[in-house]
Design a protein around this ligand. Sequence first.
Ligand code: ADP
Length: 397
Amino acid sequence: MKILVINCGSSSLKYQFIDMEGEKLLASGLVERIGIDGSQIKHEKIGMDKYIVKEDMKDHKAAISYVLKALKHEEYGVIKDLNEIDAVGHRVVHAGEKYAESVLINEDVLDALKDCIPLAPLHNPPNIIGIESMKELLPDLPMVAVFDTAFHQTMPEKEYIYPLDYKYYEQYGIRRYGFHGTSHRYVAKRISEMMGKNVEDLRIITCHLGNGSSIAAVKDGKSFATSMGFTPLEGLAMGTRCGDIDPAIVTFLMEKESLSPSEIDTILNKKSGVLGISGVSSDFRDIEEAAKSGNKRAELALDIFNARVKKYIASYAAIMGGVDVIVFTAGIGENSVSNRAEICSNMEFLGIEFDVKANEIRGEEKLISTEDSKVKVYVVPTNEELMIARDTLALVK
Ligand code: ADP
């Protein structure tokens, strides 16, 4: 069975086309600047040069028709006919409390996703448009929605209810939802396979450290706690997002600078985090460079980022009654030797015996604690698209 995985953003669309026999990636690509001047598709048939088409794409439907054309392209394509696509898996950010697992898409599902728009006003609308456009182009194709929030629906109440007046949970659904669920689920499952254990028998802390970062405590194979909350703003210090701050800062700043809700939202989401602290960049490679050449605020940004990851790891070990394995994934988790080393330094009290030499790797599955370390530490590259394709296969079968 061949599955197309689609991830629609507001002006972009990422896709992968996977042959589930052997879970082989056949093609992948990215459409950028949808609905903006200068739209283009970069398509790659695995093993070949990129095929780039610059053409106006006024909406997501136009973008998807270019994706389908690229998949069928004489030279760069991987199929002869569209009926070789057996199903489509869509990444959807928010399913509220409605879905704890992936689902086959029908009208009821689409309605439920529309109901969740107030919870994810930037993300759910393009996700829904992607689904609707695909449906218009290929109406008979089965489609599955895989949610970022779903994995975390198993958290106990004490982890998702905020210490606010309970009526706000009842009235507006204000609670912790958590995000990056597909990634946390993928690496938790993968690490249990690598260790030759049942995922249910491990206490796992998964650290998804990328532009957006979150940590999850996975106990009995289920998400038990996670650092992102009602929105993806809570938790760690991120590229441009502030993560945990005293909520009183929000009203203080709004008053002092006469800011509207949307202005303060932009400050917290786009101008904070390691970008805000360093004033250099949101990209950790740039910040590392700056810190190396003596930029004190870049150094401070890295220190703050690492200290927060450390704090979450220790607190998640505490609430699970211990930890067996810690996993690093996503851009920074997979590639940043120095961040991993710093996060795992002075953690012997927790049972971590870090292996500095083994840690000298990027982007591969590897044990980076000693073999005898009581708590193992691994790097496991994430693969959300494969997880989406697997869920799609399971539901379509
Ligand atoms: P996204 O949330 O956009 O999917 P990624 O998971 O791709 O983000 O992570 C992007 C982050 O990973 C960037 O901050 C980038 O600097 C960081 N990163 C990528 N490669 C390296 C590297 N070699 N060393 C340090 N950081 C890296």
